[in-house]
Design a protein around this ligand. Structure first.
Ligand SMILES: Nc1ncnc2c1ncn2[C@@H]1O[C@H](COP(=O)(O)OP(=O)(O)OP(=O)(O)O)[C@@H](O)[C@H]1O
Ligand SMILES: [Mg+2]
Length: 212
């Protein structure tokens, strides 16, 4: 069930092939140990909270991972999305409900009549706000020209709702903090960065494109 949701989310976002990547496939520059060290505490907190949920509300002790967010930053083709997908697969194998979506696609689905067949905007928001781990791919990519109300409001609602319910998110981006702040506003960018581990990926474009 979790595996199906994860695989379907990759496919819906046009990244079906990324479901095959595991930590063992990552190159040194993609920092597999760092990724593992981020996911480990998420899984531990998730297991703990699932046990606590069996207790009466007044007796529950909710665990919250120290670093709620992971930011995978780096140039085009550095391998960010592959590393994020490997993290998602690991979380799913450890019992978490993870989903993947690209930021721009999420926003386009929330436009009038923009939702994929069979879904409504309300269902879309629920789906990505409530999963145990969200991979938000390509944060603010090509949005600097139109930092619209729609972009800010929907992104803010998604991220704020996840923070308030202690739900972790992995962001990939080839923008700097300041560039993200231009699109989302200083306050939201600071909420993202304020509880994040940052993994900077350096290196050549792994796609090794022909240039012209
Ligand atoms: N560890 C790996 N093993 C094999 N192929 C890889 C690995 N990491 C990345 N790749 C390949 O390199 C290409 C680029 O990787 P990826 O899509 O993760 O880059 P990215 O940093 O997300 O790029 P962009 O900035 O364009 O989103 C992909 O085609 C992917 O299949
Ligand atoms: Mg990518």
């Amino acid at each position: 069930m979790n595996q199906t949701a994860w695989t379907n989310s990759l496919a819906l976002s046009g990244h079906a092939g990324y479901g095959r990547f595991r930590l063992s496939h990552l190159k040194d520059g993609q920092r597999p140990d760092f990724v593992k060290a981020y996911v480990g505490p998420l899984v531990a907190a998730h297991r703990h909270n699932r046990e606590q949920a069996k207790l009466p509300p007044a007796e529950r002790r909710i665990a919250r991972p120290e670093k709620l967010h992971l930011i995978m930053a780096g140039g085009v083709g550095a391998g960010k999305t592959v590393a994020a997908a490997a993290a998602g697969s690991l979380a799913v194998e450890c019992g978490m409900m993870a989903r993947f979506v690209s930021h721009s696609m999420y926003l386009s689905w929330l436009r009038p009549d923009g939702a994929p067949a069979g879904l409504t905007a309300v269902r879309i928001r629920e789906r990505y706000e409530r999963c145990d781990l969200l991979i938000l791919d390509d944060l603010c990519n090509e949005m600097d020209g139109y930092a619209t109300n729609h972009v800010r409001t929907e992104t803010s609602d998604l991220i704020t709702s996840r923070i308030n319910s202690n739900r972790p998110t992995i962001f990939t981006t080839n923008l700097t903090f300041d560039q993200v702040a231009v699109v989302l506003g200083e306050r939201l960018a600071s909420r993202v960065g304020g509880q994040a581990s940052v993994l900077k990926m350096v290196g050549e474009d792994r796609r090794q494109p022909e240039k012209w």
